[in-house]
Design a protein. Structure first.
Length: 387
């Protein structure tokens, strides 16, 4: 069980990061078996109301595990096979070209050596996505420039106000060459955006409806979706040299339904809804998924070569790998745990070995692909609270 002293210390850790210059507010949850403890500190908006347990957060890339689960559900329904080429549902990716060099001219390409599959989208190995080298390049890569010019927004933070509707977005992405041959490299983010389009087409409805009818309503996740009442959204802040600056207001990009339901980073949710989703996985997928699908989702699916050539560098996978929409710890003190963070300020960690869930929700954007210290410190305190 979680010790009283450990939970008291966890509260001190969470509260210690909250101030106007670092983290305006936090909702942190730790659950072990039937024991659930929640800490709320700070404010939703600087100078405004206090943070609440039911505050709705922009969970950004913590959306990815939800999209992975939805994809596996549709596969179990027989709407597609994970190793099926995506051509039938995504003709835009039927005959891709591949850049000879990631930073090369858009016309300097070769044919893809193999077709793109659903499994490659799940594992982020289909050939397109974020590579840290593109952000460090002295001049923009032509493919990055074209991505923005054509509206296939997939590099950088989510932008629901500017991303076009799914068919237009998919056509724009399909007009670009891949950065790598399908199956050869781990490249971040784009795969789950494509999966949202694929899921909608396979089910014959919008991706929002796919999630609502297959995941949110069955699990009772009433506060999760692609937009929220501004009265329940905090202000999102971006750290800078002069402190925190407003990045998105409650009345901003997540206050109305987007044209593009982003399967990579578009959802908003609450700490209790995310706990419900975690518990579904902890109980072997009941009532949504088979135990086999959950095991595959939460198992490292990458080869050593895919990790070594990964877009975030081999150090990204120093103690683990990538499953379907989640980072999987395969070594160290957290071996067996899995989860993923959201760059707009959230982290979600599930440890089936120790029956532990740790969720940290803030409105402070990450400065790198690594989470700010409040997330790692609260997780460490949660583990320390275990007797």
């Amino acid at each position: 069980m979680l010790s009283d002293e450990g939970l008291r210390r966890l509260g001190e850790v969470a509260r210690g990061f909250v101030d106007d210059d670092r983290v305006p507010g936090v909702v942190a949850l730790v659950a072990h078996g039937g024991q659930v403890h929640v800490e709320t500190h700070g404010v939703a908006t600087l100078g405004g109301a206090a943070m609440r347990r039911d505050t709705v957060f922009r969970i950004a890339s913590t959306t990815k595990p939800v999209t992975a689960a939805a994809t596996l559900m549709l596969a179990e329904e027989g709407l597609f096979d994970l190793d099926e080429p995506v051509d039938r549902l995504l003709p835009e990716l039927a005959e891709p070209r591949v850049l000879r060099r990631p930073d090369g001219a858009l016309t300097d390409t070769v044919p893809a050596a193999r077709p793109v599959t659903v499994r490659q989208l799940l594992t982020f190995t289909f050939g397109f996505g974020m590579d840290m080298a593109m952000f460090a390049a002295p001049t923009p890569w032509p493919v990055v420039t074209a991505t923005f010019e054509r509206g296939a927004l997939t590099i950088g933070p989510p932008n629901p106000a500017a991303t076009p509707e799914p068919d237009t977005w998919m056509a724009a992405l399909g007009s670009l060459p891949l950065i790598a041959q399908p199956g050869e490299r781990w490249l971040y983010n784009t795969g789950t955006q494509v999966l949202g389009v694929l899921a909608a087409r396979a089910a014959g409805t919008s991706y929002g409806e796919v999630l609502r009818t297959r995941i949110f309503e069955p699990l009772g996740m009433t506060d999760t979706g692609f937009c929220a009442d501004p009265a329940r959204l905090p202000t999102a802040y971006q750290p800078g040299p002069d402190g925190l600056a407003v990045w998105d207001t409650p009345e901003g990009m997540w206050s109305s339904p987007p044209a593009f339901p982003d399967g990579s980073a578009g959802l908003v949710s609450t700490v209790d809804d995310l706990l419900v989703f975690a518990r579904m996985l902890l109980q072997g997928g009941t009532p949504l998924l088979s135990a086999e699908s959950v095991a595959a989702m939460t198992r490292d699916q990458l080869t050593l070569e895919q990790k070594e050539r990964g877009g975030f560098g081999p150090e990204m996978f120093a103690d683990g790998g990538w499953g379907y929409g989640v980072y999987v710890h395969t070594g160290g003190d957290r071996a067996g745990a899995y989860g993923w963070d959201g760059g707009l300020g959230t982290s979600w960690l599930v440890d089936p070995v120790r029956d532990l869930v740790v969720i940290v929700l803030t409105q402070r954007l990450f400065e790198t692909h690594l989470p700010p210290p409040i997330h790692t410190a609260v997780q460490a305190a949660a583990y320390a609270a275990l007797r």
